[in-house]
Ligand binder design. Structure first.
Ligand SMILES: NC(=O)c1ccc[n+]([C@@H]2O[C@H](COP(=O)([O-])OP(=O)(O)OC[C@H]3O[C@@H](n4cnc5c(N)ncnc54)[C@H](O)[C@@H]3O)[C@@H](O)[C@H]2O)c1
Length: 442
């Protein structure tokens, strides 16, 4: 049986055993007297014939550091440069290497490596995601896709990404041959999500795709089908699903703190600058509903844990200044859930509108305001037995770190993400219903 990645030696079973144990043996035979790492030469002899108590201590930059225990308080540390991968070590363990000598090594060998992300589209949201991933223990940025080579090269230098892992939109499919890339992060205008998700899946890469998942139900279904066919994971980047204040609100409601929930209000909007791709129907699919109204829609679903069974909506354009020639400016919609809970939501591109929700129950109320921004989330509640006012001190990009950690965990452990493609598809179906009810063609 040959081990890959260690070309200098013929890695047959006996060779692996002999070579890995050899440093311990060499140290012991060459130095039967403890030479403590703290005090140089300690002259205490090791009992003749005592079994070696060597164990592999840690591995850093593929340097194997071995601590040889020569007595209860005596040890020697020796570093050996070995061009090993974790996989090599896992295989060495499988070959029957005496694991009692290598307890830390065994843990290290089974530890998952960081999930490598290729970021597609180096715009604003990528500027939050990338620093978050840089601080992650589960994830790392290993590739970039951009139409601007100079910008990509600057970012590659900042993140230690090989120049050979910079792609453009034409040669993107070559990521299939890059083993450092496990997954892609799709951070492109909405209507491009489907194409790049499907191309990534065909390249055999997992997909973390920004919201909104797509600009049509058909595209969302095609994205799910492509990822299923390629047996790769698909997660929609609903960062609020992984954010502690939103999770606390959900928990309080599920625990019945508010009694029976009756009604929810939620809004999110901003005053958009002219010239944004968000104002192009072709690129954005629609107006503020796709972009920020989706937060209120999704929140009403995760707060109730129910799917809306009735939706009614209306839309308008007030500002005739050229920004809203293709997409709506305002949308207002109501939803009724199976339990009878009613929700009322507004979104706009014409005013800076706080992203918040307020939940009214038979025993009190709860609100998160702001609920959807990157930091400064505040939960207040007043219900029988409690008054809460909790400001979340976490700073941006903590949401993106939680999101990346979750997806990397799913990739590494073969688990389904909490916000899979199907979750994005549901929102696409409700968005379609809202537009239909408001008389807007998609
Ligand atoms: N999860 C969140 O909190 C959050 C926040 C903002 C945006 N988003 C989503 O992320 C995605 C990207 O939004 P953004 O704000 O980063 O946008 P952006 O305009 O800042 O970045 C878009 C990137 O796509 C590239 N691009 C490639 N082809 C393009 C084209 N034809 N037209 C325009 N840009 C093109 C741009 O060069 C740029 O790098 C959107 O789907 C948006 O809904 C999510």
């Amino acid at each position: 049986m040959l081990l890959a990645g260690w070309p200098a030696l013929a890695w047959k079973r006996n060779t692996a055993r002999a070579t890995l144990l050899q440093p311990c043996a060499r140290l012991l035979s060459a130095n039967p007297i403890c030479s403590s790492q703290h005090s140089g030469n300690c002259k205490r002899p090791v009992a003749p014939g005592a079994p070696p108590e060597g164990f592999f201590d840690y591995v850093l930059n593929r340097q194997l550091s071995i601590v040889i225990r020569l007595g209860p308080n005596h040890s020697k540390r020796e570093s050996i440069a070995m061009n090993l991968t974790r996989r090599d070590f896992a295989r060495v363990s499988a070959l029957g290497l005496a694991v009692r000598f290598v307890p830390n090594l065994a843990a290290w060998a089974s530890a998952p490596r960081k999930t490598g992300y290729c970021v597609i589209g180096l715009g604003r949201i990528a500027g939050h995601f990338m620093p978050a991933v840089r601080s992650a223990t589960t994830s790392q940025i290993t590739g970039l896709v951009s139409g601007h080579r100079d910008k990509a090269e600057r970012m590659a230098a900042e993140y230690g990404i090989a120049a050979s892992s910079i792609y453009n939109y034409e040669n993107f499919d070559e990521i299939a041959h890059n083993p450092a890339i496990d997954a892609v992060y799709v951070a492109l205008p909405n209507s491009m999500h489907a194409e790049y998700t499907i191309r990534a899946a065909k390249a055999g890469k997992h997909v973390l795709c920004e919201k909104p998942m797509s600009t049509s139900v058909a595209d969302a279904e095609a994205m799910i089908a492509a990822c299923k066919a390629a047996r790769v994971k698909l997660m929609i980047a609903y960062r609020c699903h992984y954010e502690p204040t939103n999770l606390r609100a959900i928990r309080l409601i599920r625990q019945g703190a508010l009694g029976r929930v009756q009604a929810i209000e939620s809004t999110f909007g901003f005053n958009i600058a002219p010239g944004e791709w968000r104002l192009s129907k072709k690129l954005a699919g629609g107006g503020p509903l796709f972009d920020v109204g989706i937060y209120s829609l999704n929140a009403c679903r995760y707060l109730t844990g129910e799917e809306p069974e009735h939706i009614a909506a209306t839309a308008s354009v007030i500002d005739q200044d050229g920004r809203f020639n293709e997409v709506e400016e305002n949308v207002s919609w109501t939803m009724k859930f199976p339990s009878g809970i009613v929700a009322s939501c507004n979104t706009t591109y014409g005013a800076n509108m706080e992203g918040f929700y307020r939940v009214h129950g038979s025993k009190g109320w709860l609100e998160v305001d702001s609920a959807f921004v990157y930091e400064g989330l505040r939960l207040r509640a007043d219900y029988v037995g409690a008054q809460l006012d909790e400001l979340n001190p976490a700073r941006d990009p903590s949401h993106f770190l939680a999101e990346a950690d979750h997806f990397s965990h799913c990739v590494q452990n073969g688990q389904e993400p909490q916000s899979p493609g199907e979750e994005g598809l549901r929102d696409m179906r409700y968005i379609t219903q809202i537009y239909r009810s408001a008389g807007i063609a998609m």
